[in-house]
Design a protein around this ligand. Structure first.
Ligand code: S3P
Length: 170
């Protein structure tokens, strides 16, 4: 689904640290719709993500993520997702039917410095893990996306302008 209407929900997918939340917040202001971050929804309902991975495991997190995604895309909004949200076939089906999916891609430059802080349970080995996981998921991001935006080395305003252009927003 690509044509933007007042009823559209716009969903940002892509690897950890690419800027889905930053771009999403700005895009929501531009498109005048609410911003929803599915990681934040999960934290509000179930607590810190690293704790969920530790105590309940990744499978439980993915179930919470499926629910958060279903809720987030149920009304017009701009939605920033966790990097693994598209791993769920159920979620991918819902996205195809209900959303305009924008994949924020990157060639990896500047990523090393963005991944510091250690809040992401899947990045125990930092950039090495990030690279491996991104390579594994690239085909899924590509298959799920209606629009791909290459963000490599681009400023927020350049990225927003490219998205606006692809969505046909003046
Ligand atoms: C994950 C990405 C994270 C978060 C969780 C798992 C992933 O979100 O949902 O740590 O599997 O890629 P960000 O993409 O916002 O870092």
């Amino acid at each position: 689904m690509v044509a933007l209407t007042d009823a559209s929900v716009v969903v940002l997918v892509g690897p950890m640290g690419v800027g889905k939340t930053t771009v999403g917040k700005k895009l929501a202001r531009v498109l005048k719709r609410p911003f929803i971050d599915t990681d934040a929804l999960i934290v509000a309902d179930h607590g810190e993500i690293s704790k969920i991975f530790e105590t309940e495991g990744e499978q439980a997190f993915r179930r919470y993520e499926e629910d958060a995604m279903a809720h987030a895309i149920s009304s017009p909004a701009v939605v920033a997702t966790g990097g693994g949200a598209v791993l769920s076939e159920l979620t991918r089906g819902r996205l195809k039917a209900q959303a305009i999916v924008i994949y924020l891609s990157t060639d990896g430059r500047h990523m090393r410095s963005r991944l510091t802080g250690g809040k992401r349970p899947l990045l125990k080995n930092g950039f090495e893990d990030w690279t491996r996981i991104y390579e594994e998921r690239k085909p899924t991001y590509e298959a799920t996306a209606d629009i791909t935006i290459n963000t490599s080395g681009h400023s927020l305003s350049v990225t927003i302008n490219e998205i606006k252009q692809k969505l046909g927003v003046a």
